[in-house]
Design a protein around this ligand. Structure first.
Ligand code: IPM
Ligand code: MG
Length: 379
C-alpha cells in the first residue's frame, strides 16, 4: 500500500478556533483521514479550544488543557482566531493572545509561508498574468520575537495617554531563523532576500549585521540580498518572480505575506508551517500549521470558505513534522487536481465569471478526498 514503508502512528491536535476556522479544519480532518486510509497510518486527531471559542468556554484564549495537548502532540493544525465580539479595545483577554502564546510556548520561531501562483487561477489575481509567470517564493517570518512579544504599556497623564510596544531582537533569535531560510534556499534557487528597516531601526541594523555574518560564514554558496521593507513591498508587486526565499522579522513578515497572497489569487489558498528546533530523527521539527488567512467572521457558517489553505497546511504538516514526503505530495497533487477540475470556492472565481463555478467548502474538500483515494495521473 505505501510502498513497503512502515505505517506511522501520530497524534495531531486540531484547534478549529473561530469564524471559518471550524469549517476549514473540518475539511482538513477529512483529508487527514483519507491520507491515513490510503497510506495505512494511524492518526489520532484530538480537538481542543483556542481563541474566542476558548474564552467563551473557559475565560482564557489558551486553556491549559489545550496547551498540554499541543505539547504532547506530534503536530498542531489550527484554523483561525478572532472576531468582532472580542475586538473591544478595552478587552482584557483577546483571542489573538491565545495564538501568540501557543506559538511562543511551542517555540515555533520560523514561519514558512510559500506563495506559488497556480496558472489556472491567474485570473483570480488582480495582477497581470505576465507579472505572475514564474513566481515561486517562500517568506520565512520570524514568529516568536520582535514587537509582537515586547513589553506593552499604556499610561494615562493629564496631557493624554501614552502607549508603548517594545521591539527587541537578540543575535541568537536572528541567527536561528536566518539558518532556516538559508537551508531552505539551498533546496530551492539559492537566493535569500533579507528584509529590514536598517535605515531607521536599531533592531534592523542588528538583523542586517547578523544576517550578513551568518550567511558569509556558513552559507557562502547562497546569494544574499538586503532590502528595506518599504522597497520590498513595492518589488513584491513589481517583480515578484525575482524572489526565492525572503527572511524577515515578525511584523514585517505579517504584513508582507498578506500582500504576497494577492499574487496567488486569494489569501484562502495559502498555507503556513511554523517550525521550532529539530526534534525527530531525520530532522523533523515540532510544528504548528495554519492557513495564513484570518477567521473571516463575515463568511463564517455559510459554507463558502476556501479550505485549500488549510488542506495545503496539512501537506506541510506531513512533510515537516511527520517526514511523510510521499503523503505530502499526494495532498499537494490532490489540491492541484481539484483546482484543475474547476472545483473552487467563490474567492478564486474570477470577477465577472459565471458564479455557478463557485463550490462550497465541503464540495471542494470532498473532491480533494476523492483525488486522494483514487489518484489520477495528471500534469
Ligand atoms: C497571522 C495573523 C496573526 C498574526 C494574528 C491573528 C495575531 O495575522 O498569522 O498572520 O499577526 O501573526
Ligand atoms: Mg497576518
Amino acid at each position: 500500500m505505501n510502498g513497503g514503508r512502515s505505517s506511522v502512528r501520530a497524534t495531531i491536535a486540531l484547534l478549529p478556533g473561530d469564524g471559518i476556522g471550524p469549517e476549514v479544519v473540518g475539511a482538513a480532518r477529512g483529508v487527514l483521514e483519507a491520507v491515513a486510509a490510503r497510506f495505512g497510518h494511524t492518526f489520532e486527531l484530538v480537538e481542543a479550544l483556542v481563541g474566542g471559542a476558548a474564552i467563551e468556554a473557559t475565560g482564557v484564549p489558551l486553556p491549559p488543557r489545550t496547551l498540554a495537548l499541543c505539547e504532547r502532540a506530534d503536530a498542531v493544525l489550527l484554523g483561525a482566531v478572532g472576531g468582532p465580539q472580542w475586538d473591544s479595545p478595552t478587552a482584557r483577554v483577546r483571542p489573538e493572545q491565545g495564538l501568540l502564546a501557543l506559538r511562543r510556548a511551542l517555540g515555533v520561531y520560523a514561519n514558512l509561508r510559500p506563495v506559488a501562483p497556480i496558472p489556472a487561477l491567474a485570473a483570480a489575481s488582480p495582477l497581470k498574468p505576465e507579472l505572475l509567470a514564474g513566481v515561486d517564493l517562500v517568506v520565512v517570518r520570524e514568529l516568536t520575537g520582535g514587537i509582537y512579544f515586547g513589553t506593552k504599556t499604556l499610561d494615562q497623564s493629564v496631557t493624554g495617554e501614552t502607549a508603548t510596544d517594545l521591539c527587541t531582537y537578540t543575535t541568537a533569535e536572528i541567527e536561528r531563523v536566518v539558518r532556516v531560510a538559508a537551508e531552505l534556499a539551498r533546496t530551492r534557487h539559492g537566493h535569500v532576500t533579507s528584509v529590514d528597516k536598517a535605515n531607521v531601526l536599531e533592531t534592523s541594523r542588528l538583523w542586517r549585521r547578523v544576517t550578513s555574518r551568518v550567511m558569509a560564514a556558513e552559507y557562502p554558496d547562497v546569494r544574499l540580498e538586503h532590502l528595506l521593507v518599504d522597497a520590498c513591498a513595492m518589488h513584491l508587486i513589481r517583480r515578484p518572480a525575482d524572489f526565492d526565499v525572503i527572511v524577515t522579522e515578525n511584523m514585517f513578515g505579517d504584513i508582507l505575506t498578506d500582500e504576497a497572497s494577492v499574487l496567488a489569487g486569494s489569501i484562502g489558498l495559502l498555507p503556513s508551517a511554523s517550525l521550532g528546533a529539530a526534534v525527530g530523527a531525520g530532522g523533523t521539527r515540532r510544528g504548528l500549521y495554519e492557513p495564513i488567512h484570518g477567521s473571516a467572521p463575515d463568511l463564517a457558517g455559510k459554507g463558502v470558505a476556501n479550505p485549500l489553505g488549510t488542506i495545503s497546511s496539512v501537506a506541510m504538516l506531513l512533510r515537516y513534522s511527520l517526514a511523510l514526503e510521499a503523503e505530502a505530495r499526494a495532498v499537494d497533487d490532490a489540491v492541484r487536481a481539484t483546482i484543475d477540475d474547476g472545483i473552487v470556492t467563490a474567492d478564486v472565481v474570477p470577477p465577472g465569471a459565471d458564479a455557478r463555478r463557485a463550490y462550497s467548502t465541503a464540495e471542494v474538500a470532498q473532491r480533494v478526498v476523492e483525488h486522494l483515494a483514487a489518484p489520477v495521473a495528471h500534469r
